[in-house]
Design a protein around this ligand. Structure first.
Ligand SMILES: Nc1nc2c([nH]c(=O)n2[C@H]2C[C@H](O)[C@@H](COP(=O)(O)OP(=O)(O)OP(=O)(O)O)O2)c(=O)[nH]1
Length: 138
């Protein structure tokens, strides 16, 4: 059986906006936008990995909320899972400390203004669908 490694990406929401992060490395991904996060380590839960990665990469204290249903193929052996999350009270504002060189908080109308990694587009679309459903109370 092929090894499969989960990368967890955060749909981090604050004040009705979604955080997008621009990668600074590796060269083939640099300049493109993603949901910040990283690889789930052996024995770690995805939501635990999310909190750890967001602390390391952005210096924030976050609360995972719920998984976005779905799994998206990245380059083998990686697959992307997405969890919604929010900043905990008293958290610092996110800063591009590691792996990123720019951050943007996007309103629903602005989500497609950034150049998402191709492989992230379906995951962002699913996140938006869930966001819209929540906004309409369903
Ligand atoms: N975090 C994240 N990684 C993504 C996304 N889309 C995508 O193709 N990737 C790729 C980039 C990397 O090849 C891999 C995750 O790498 P990473 O560099 O974020 O993870 P990490 O912090 O755990 O990695 P490492 O530097 O410790 O090795 O998944 C995404 O939306 N978020």
């Amino acid at each position: 059986m092929t090894e499969r490694i989960v990368v967890v990406g955060a749909a981090l929401f604050d004040g009705g906006r979604l955080l997008a992060a621009r990668r600074s490395a590796p060269p083939d991904l640099a300049g493109r936008w993603e949901l910040p996060g990283g690889k789930v380590e052996p024995g770690e839960r995805p939501e635990g990995a999310l909190v750890r990665e967001l602390r390391e990469e952005l210096g924030v204290d976050t609360e995972p909320l719920a998984p976005v249903p779905g799994e998206w193929a990245l380059r083998p052996p990686y697959v992307l899972h997405v969890w919604t999350a929010r900043l905990r009270p008293g958290s610092a504002a996110p800063a591009p400390l590691q792996d990123h060189d720019a951050l943007r908080w996007l309103t629903p109308a602005e989500v497609w203004d950034v150049d998402w990694l191709d492989q992230d587009v379906p995951a962002v679309r699913a996140t938006l669908a869930q966001w819209a459903a929540e906004a309409h109370g369903s």
